[in-house]
Design a protein around this ligand. Structure first.
Ligand code: HEC
Length: 229
C-alpha cells in the first residue's frame, strides 16, 4: 500500500510524530515499525503503573487502622471504643449556663417569662425568622393557613389567635420550636435558642395585633385614629 512505502507521511508518519519522545533513529520502514511498537508498549507500561499507583493510594487511605464511632474494642473492659465522659467535664455543646434560655422551663414549669428583655430589635429579628421558618405553614399572621398547609396538609396547625394559644406560656412556644409538636418537626438544628425566643416574642406581638383595643395605643396614635374615623 502506498502509505506503507512512504516513510515520512501518511498515518504512520503522524503516529511517529505523536510518539516522538521515544523516537530512535530508524534506518528502514521495518525497524521504524518495531520502534513504534515498543514505544506503544512503553506508554502502556507507564499507564498501568500509574493506575496501580493510584489504586494503591486509595487503599492506604481507606484501609488505615481506625475505629468508627461505637465500634467494638477488646482493649477496654466494657468492650466499646466510646469512652465515658470524664467526671466533672462538659462538652462545648452541653454547656448550658442558663437553663431557661435552653429549655424554656423555669422551676420545672413552662416559663411564663423570657430569658432576656424584648426590645424592638429582638422583635424585628423574630419577625424575620418567623417569616422564613414558620410562615410557610403558620402564614404571616399566624392563623395556620400557610401556603404549605393549603397545598395538602391533612391537618393544619391551630391559629395562634385561638384563646388556648393566647393563654399559653412563652415556654410552650419555645418547646414547640425546639422539640416539634405532633406532626410538626422541631427546629433546634436550624434556629439558635436566642432566635427561638425572638420568634416567640414576635408570636406574642402577632397575638396582640389581632386583639388590640383602642386603649392599647399611645395617646398620639389614639388621636390620629379617632381623627381618621
Ligand atoms: C411544615 C409546616 C410547619 C412549619 C414550617 C412550622 N409549623 Fe408549627 N405546626 C405545624 C403543624 C401541622 C402543627 C400542628 C401539629 C399537630 O397538631 O400535630 C404545628 C403546631 C405548632 C404549634 C403548636 C400549636 C398548638 O396547637 O398547640 C406551635 C406553637 C408551632 N407550630 C409553632 C411553630 C413555629 C414558631 C414555627 C417556626 C419556627 C413553626 N411552627 C413552623 C406545621 C408547621
Amino acid at each position: 500500500m502506498k502509505h506503507k512505502r512512504n516513510g515520512s507521511g501518511g498515518i504512520r508518519g503522524t503516529l511517529t510524530e505523536f510518539c516522538e519522545f521515544g523516537q530512535r533513529p530508524s534506518n528502514s520502514p521495518r525497524s521504524e515499525i518495531r520502534n513504534l511498537k515498543s514505544d506503544r508498549r512503553f506508554l502502556l507500561g507507564v499507564l498501568t503503573l500509574l493506575a496501580m499507583l493510584a489504586s494503591s493510594c486509595r487503599q492506604e487511605m481507606a484501609d488505615q487502622g481506625k475505629f468508627a464511632p461505637m465500634d467494638y474494642s477488646a482493649f477496654f473492659k466494657d468492650e466499646g471504643i466510646a469512652r465515658p465522659q470524664p467526671t466533672g467535664t462538659v462538652a462545648r455543646t452541653q454547656f448550658h449556663e442558663d437553663p431557661l434560655l435552653y429549655t424554656g422551663m423555669q422551676h420545672s414549669k413552662l416559663s411564663p417569662t423570657f430569658p432576656f428583655p424584648i426590645t424592638r430589635d429582638v422583635l424585628k429579628r423574630g419577625q424575620q425568622r418567623f417569616n422564613i421558618y414558620c410562615a410557610p405553614c403558620h402564614d404571616n399572621a399566624g392563623t395556620g393557613k400557610g401556603l404549605a398547609v393549603q397545598s395538602g396538609f391533612a391537618r393544619g396547625p391551630s391559629s395562634f389567635h385561638d384563646d388556648r394559644l393566647r393563654q399559653a406560656a412563652p415556654g410552650y412556644f419555645y418547646q414547640a420550636i425546639s422539640n416539634g409538636f405532633g406532626i410538626m418537626n422541631g427546629y433546634a438544628a436550624q434556629i439558635e435558642p436566642t432566635d427561638r425566643w425572638a420568634i416567640v416574642a414576635y408570636i406574642r406581638a402577632l397575638q396582640l395585633s389581632e386583639h388590640a383595643v383602642l386603649s392599647d395605643l399611645p395617646d398620639p396614635d389614639k388621636k390620629n385614629l379617632e381623627a381618621a374615623q
